[in-house]
Design a protein around this ligand. Structure first.
Ligand SMILES: [Zn+2]
Ligand SMILES: [Zn+2]
Length: 179
């Protein structure tokens, strides 16, 4: 039981990380920025043409996350002497966030049977919930791994609250994507 609870917790932490990074990119990266401009352009393209990124294979949509994940594991091990199956599971889930996101955009015929079932059983995020992120100003439902965290965070108005706090403290406004 303890192990199942820990696994669920790790999945939710990975889901939150996926939402936090996605929110940072959507809210604060702008196409004209030097380092993160490419990320902003890619996200805007995805909001505009959601199926375009399905052309990418797993490696093409995950290599940057894998690189970051390996750096995190290396720092944990070499700088802090920390390495555990839990950390590896967290990194493994997080670096596959884009792949899980892609599955939410694919038709049933385009993805493996087991993936469809995992979505049907609400274990990973499906099209219906992720579709909410693609509505309106694309400023809600940022988490892409499960169906669990998004409704809770939206109920709390978590992202809006964070944006207001950032505006108050730094004066920086979030990016407006239009409708
Ligand atoms: Zn987005
Ligand atoms: Zn999407």
């Amino acid at each position: 039981m303890d192990i199942i609870l820990k696994i669920l917790l790790i999945i939710l932490i990975a889901d939150f990380i996926s939402g936090f990074v996605h929110w940072l990119e959507d809210a604060y990266a702008k196409p004209e920025m030097r380092l993160v401009g490419a990320i902003a352009r890619e996200n805007l393209l995805h909001h505009d043409k959601p199926r375009d990124f399905l052309k990418k294979n797993w490696w093409q949509s995950s290599y940057d996350l894998i690189a970051i994940g390996l750096v995190i594991l290396a720092v944990a091990w070499f700088a802090f002497g920390v390495m555990s199956g839990w950390l590896i599971l967290l990194v493994f889930l997080s670096v596959n966030a884009n792949q899980i996101h892609k599955w939410a955009h694919q038709n049933r015929q385009e993805k493996p049977w087991l993936v469809t079932k995992l979505q049907d059983w609400n274990i990973i995020q499906g099209a219906r919930q992720h579709g909410r992120h693609h509505r309106g100003e694309k400023n809600t439902y940022y988490c892409v791994i499960t169906n669990v965290l998004n409704p809770v965070l939206e109920e709390m108005r978590f992202w809006v609250g964070l944006e207001r706090l950032i505006l108050r403290v730094t004066g920086v406004e979030r990016r407006f994507d239009g409708v």
